[in-house]
Design a protein around this ligand. Structure first.
Ligand code: G1P
Length: 269
């Protein structure tokens, strides 16, 4: 089973910082943001992480490549803890595929289709960090309880934020678990069926990849993962696990990135 991390975006909200440095490589407390996401993927039952990169963001690949010279130099100087950190990040099972046109999240996920083959897969969006690594196992448990169905994490958001997210409609079948009836990407508030927003963690069945091939551009002219999931609902059951803001850290804007840095630094001290 693979964990797919889309990382080909332009990092627009962080310009000019992200002109030369990929957004995913910005430091969050003691490591680049994407390292948390890779670690979360590898802490689950996924055996490999597939990063959907663009060719312009080589720094991400350099970060996960082994660097025997740096390691040897650090060991020579007695800096074994740093050498260990360099060694461990270089040994993470990470594979790269490419999305060189910004055609949307759905298109990014589809770029990993050959890697996920015919197995269920996770999608982890890098705007949210879950350093406790406990969300994917909780989603897997819900899936197991419902015959291997797809499961997405959702979070209640205030009315004024609903139109920034994918939003679900459905019924609560047990506390904190909804059976999803439909999904809509970035609806105007008056058309939003609930205020349960798709949060950036997905456990999806292989059929999702097949459906993605046929998704037409939707909101913003982009191929939306949400639209493929709405199509999937016509064929398969899907569940949503309600998570709360404390379960993850948002790094999607400079302000939330800074707040996350402070929160993680406080946690570590
Ligand atoms: C994407 C998804 C959206 C989801 C959001 C979570 O939107 O399309 O459904 O709610 O991530 O962060 P984006 O933030 O890429 O516009």
């Amino acid at each position: 089973m693979k964990a797919v991390i889309p990382a080909a975006g332009l990092g627009t909200r962080f310009l000019p910082a992200t002109k030369a440095v990929p957004k995913e490589m910005l430091l969050v407390y003691d490591r680049p943001a994407i390292q948390y996401v890779v670690e979360e993927g590898l802490a689950s039952d996924a055996d490999e992480v597939v990063i959907v990169n663009s060719h312009g963001k080589k720094a991400i690949e350099d970060h996960f490549a082994s660097d025997a010279d740096l390691e040897a130099l650090l060991r020579e100087r007695g800096k074994h803890a740093y050498a260990d950190s360099v060694e461990s990040v270089g040994a993470m099972p990470v594979k790269f595929v490419y999305q060189d046109e910004a055609l949307g999240l759905g298109h990014a996920v589809l770029c990993a289709a050959e890697e996920t083959a015919d197995e269920p897969f996770y999608v982890l969006l890098g705007d949210v960090l879950v350093p406790g690594n406990d969300m994917l196992p909780a989603m897997q448990k819900v899936s197991d309880e419902h015959g291997g169905a797809s499961v997405i994490a959702v979070m209640p958001v205030p009315d004024e934020e609903v139109s920034r997210f994918g939003v679900i409609a459905g019924v609560e079948v047990e506390p904190g678990v909804w059976k999803v009836d439909s999904l809509v990407e970035k609806p105007p508030l008056e058309e939003a069926p609930t205020n349960l927003a798709v949060f950036g963690r997905y456990l999806l069945t292989p059929r999702t990849m097949e459906l993605l091939r046929d998704v037409k551009p939707g909101v913003g002219g982009e191929i939306q993962l949400t639209d493929a999931l709405d199509a999937l609902l016509r064929e398969e059951e899907m569940y949503a696990l309600v998570v709360s803001p404390e379960d993850g850290f948002d790094t999607g804007t400079p302000e939330s990135w800074l707040a996350t840095n402070i929160a993680l630094a406080k946690r570590a001290s």
